[in-house]
Write a protein that binds this ligand. Sequence first.
Ligand code: ZN
Length: 539
Amino acid sequence: MNGTAGIRPLWLVIGASLWMATIGNAALWGEMRAHEALQGPAGWAFGAGLALMVAACLSAILSLLAWRWTLKPALILLLAACAAATHFMLAYHVVIDSSMVVNVLQTDTHEALALFDWHLLATLGLLGLLPAAAVWRIRVRHGGWPAQAGRNLAMLAASLALAALLALLSFQPLSSTMRNHKQLRYLINPLNTIYALGHAASKPLRRPPGVAVLGADAHVPDGRSRPPLLVLVLGETGRSGNFGVNGYDRPTTPELERHGVASALHATSCGTSTAASVPCMFSHLGRNGFDGRDRDYETLMDVLQHAGLAVLWIDNQSGCKGVCDRIPHVDTAALNHPHLCAAGQCLDGIMLEGLDQRLAALPPERVARGVVLVMHQMGSHGPAYHLRSPPAFKKFLPECTSANLQDCSRAELVNAYDNSIAYTDHVLGSTIDWLERQQGFDTAMLYVADHGESLGENNLYLHGMPFSIAPEVQKHVPWITWLSPGFEQRSGIATECLRGRRDLPLTHDNYFHAVLGLMQVSTAVYDRQLDAYAPCAAH
Ligand SMILES: [Zn+2]
């Protein structure tokens, strides 16, 4: 690498920046074309200006890294991020923001493998591997460090000046395009990933250390002869509109209907991804007070535990996102059940296995006050919807069996998704059957999903769009309640009353207080105004 052979780092930076700004932004250019932002000579000029601006920003960032030992690794990482993001933006029409990056970082290997297919390999190879190999092979002539420092500084100044000049020249079309199509800013590769990583990484710094105790004053009424037993089924990727019980024109939920549940038709999620919604649902802060503060406070599960209740979190997914850290929790993935589990993933029926023993193993003095079991579903986790239902529940055929959703017709995709809802219906029905057998308890079940899903509407797939621009189907979630006669009597909440209120709006903000209300927990953090059931409770 020494001597006079090879090119100056500057040229490598310029070449790679131009490559990423143009070819590496296929998703951005496609989306802008679809919104007719690249039409006519003015449109083309705007596109070229934007590409140059992106290249200038990239070379500004790279000028800080243009040293002998950092330039090539930085370039290779950026090219890989650019290629991976392009694949997901093109294949699923997702955008890259900080919650998407957090999702990726929290994904386990099984979820990652489900996304793996030949399209991904091809995009990674063409857009990532090929230019990365070129970068690796090109000989670069770095000078001594004082000279290199001078050149890097000059490159930084020139890049910033160019970016500023271009922004000024294209201010009018730039600001109106970005205002009208907010999602475009999340498509600018690889600046979107750099920004999102920075935002996610700075989160712990913005947070005070430690977790504040929540609801230390929580308690339940003394002397309960029959304790309440509540199962909270935390749903995954549930689209309210695909539930037969909510008026869908396909019979996806016969068991829920047979059990006479009450379903709220207009429930809205807190976020559009598991990592955003789950902590928010179990937080007292609500959607507006929530951003970035999810680990500052204990959760609903801690409050229930402070109240002296027996609690247990059963997880059939990639973890509880910090919600169950301080309470007893079990992970089903390790169970290796011969029929329900394969390749480290289990069907949701696994959570019903051995439930009697799990209940019997809880501390008896707590059980006497009441029990809350959480079942965190795999639900309808995509894109491999077909893996979420066993053969006996595949009512809607043919179904999509590819992780690359665009390989399937819309009808096959919806079939695979609806089969997963039909299986969820069976799991919920079986849970109610189990609760009906618990003679010593007044029993109830509450099923609420964490977020919805896009199934190809407007060419959008999966979930995780920034909340402000996410389509309704990603935010509209099922909220389904079943109460045993004993539970209705003790709480004064009649299922009929809940049915009468089915058209009133609910949000995940109501979840925390609704659960405390159902369990008759008294604490200063309970807000009766937000308790979804309070208007039906007879006291
Ligand atoms: Zn989710």
